[in-house]
Design a protein around this ligand. Structure first.
Ligand code: F0G
Length: 445
């Protein structure tokens, strides 16, 4: 078993390999790891995935993650038997990814200045814990189960912790979540309590929480489920599978994500690299990452705003020193990430190298948007009858900006991922009570 899948370091000069049963999140030299598969999946699986939309009583067909299980088959499942799937795969009764697919949204299309047929938005907030994290968590907790780990650990700006706690509670695992004290949305905080996680409040930001949680996970033998975990990335590949399937596997011109720790950028990139290599897609969509102006590490480095050098994957030879100097500069100036979109208030994106690899493969772009732009983006999604949180509002506002700059062309096909639903109830209330906001509809008396 498991001979067709293994872990491999992403550094082209290192390339260390490990068994799939390893709980390593980095190679022994500290580089990120990929899950690799030796076999090329048959393209006839496209039909099978579609037929599973009639789930025939299997929660693993209902699940928008496990419906694609052959493409993240680190458990080496080659059966349709529900019992066999259930002995390996972890699912919230088939609910992860079940409701997420891309939709047209006419008011958002007007706002960004695209034809309604050209714009697809995929609300990942309609996952059981309310964000895209459930896609990755289903896979990470499945791996935890495979290697018999029972103590789940994560740092979070709120959505990872909600998802981890929900899965851990369902699987009877312990869950420890490190959160930046006073800096996460109340709706997210309450989920961690509700699902019985042990909170560890850190006096600092998300970056401090991640550093502390990784250190503690080593000390106390915890299993880390942040997106540094390569199995999280495998689960999140299904976000693009669902978009592409909906478009009959005809690749769009663009896929747009908000950028935080850059797990999504990395997983989207990996999914496209694999699909292209297998010949399942003929064209490579370009990825656009939208950073907040107040937490713009990737944008600063990618666009040469620091020391004038544009940071690139450079075929596996990125300028590591530039990244180190950037972080040292932030520290010496006491600069901390600052945005009202707390989900993406992240200064040290742990997946930056995998994200650079994805951007190189897809000829991607990175831009920033302001808090007000994200709030407008969030509000206009609401006017189409869909829910999303402020960080996801970066997607419409980022698309709008890229169209204005003529990077995205007016007849391009664009897929935007709305990463989470609203868990900060006062944000829309405050937004609509300020008549100066573009879409505000203040109450009357
Ligand atoms: N959107 C939402 C709603 C998020 O919760 C996050 C990250 C992101 C975007 C950024 O995604 O890290 O893949 O670039 N939230 C994490 C958390 C950090 O702890 O919930 P990314």
């Amino acid at each position: 078993m498991q001979k067709n899948t293994y872990l491999k370091c992403i550094d082209v000069h290192c390339g260390l390999e490990y068994s799939i049963f390893s709980t390593r999140i980095e190679c022994e030299k500290g580089h990120l790891l990929d899950v690799k598969y030796t076999q090329k999946p048959s393209e006839s699986l496209k039909e099978r995935f579609l037929s599973r939309r009639n789930p025939e009583g299997s929660i693993f067909n209902e699940s928008g993650v496990w419906r694609f299980r052959e493409l993240l088959n680190f458990c080496q499942i080659d059966t349709e038997s529900i019992e066999d799937c259930a002995s390996s795969l972890v699912s919230l009764d088939g609910a992860e990814g079940r409701q997420s697919k891309p939709y047209h949204m006419s008011k958002v299309a007007d706002f960004v200045n695209l034809l309604v047929e050209g714009l697809w938005l995929q609300p990942e907030g309609y996952n059981p814990s309310g964000s895209f994290k459930d896609n990755g968590m289903a896979a990470a907790i499945t791996h935890a189960k495979l290697v018999n780990e029972k103590k789940i650990v994560c740092a979070s700006t709120g959505n990872t912790s909600a998802s981890a706690a929900m899965y851990a509670a369902n699987e009877g695992m312990e869950c420890f979540v490190y959160i930046p004290s006073g800096q996460i949305a109340p709706g997210k905080l309450s989920q961690a309590y509700q699902f019985g996680a042990q909170l560890i409040e850190v006096d600092g930001n998300f970056d401090d929480c991640l550093a502390k949680s990784l250190e503690d996970a080593k000390k106390f033998a915890g299993y880390t489920v942040n997106s540094i975990n390569p199995f999280r990335i495998e689960g999140q590949k299904t976000i693009s599978y669902r978009s592409l399937e909906h478009l009959n596997w005809k690749a769009p011109d663009w896929i747009i994500y908000p950028g935080g720790a850059l797990g999504n950028t990395s997983s989207c990139g990996k999914s496209l690299m694999e699909l292209y290599e297998w010949g399942w897609i003929k064209k490579i969509p370009r990825i656009a990452v939208i950073n907040s102006e107040g937490a713009s590490t990737l944008s600063d480095l990618y666009n040469g705003k620091f020391e004038g050098d544009e940071l690139r994957w450079n075929k596996g030879n990125p300028n590591y020193e530039l990244i180190k100097r950037y972080y040292a500069d932030l520290d010496s100036k006491g600069i901390k990430p600052k945005t009202k979109a707390t989900a993406i208030q992240i200064g040290r994106p742990i997946n930056i190298l995998k994200a650079l690899r994805a951007l190189e493969f897809t000829n991607g772009v990175v831009i920033t948007v302001s808090d007000n732009e994200m709030l407008d983006g969030m509000a206009v999604v609401g006017l189409n009858g869909f829910d999303c949180e402020m960080a996801s509002g970066a997607v419409p506002s980022g698309i709008k900006k890229l169209i204005k700059e003529q990077v995205i062309k007016k007849d391009d096909i664009v897929v935007g991922i709305l990463t989470g639903r609203q868990k900060d109830a006062m944000l829309p209330v405050d937004y609509h009570n300020n008549p100066e906001n573009r879409f505000a509809r203040p109450p009357k008396n």
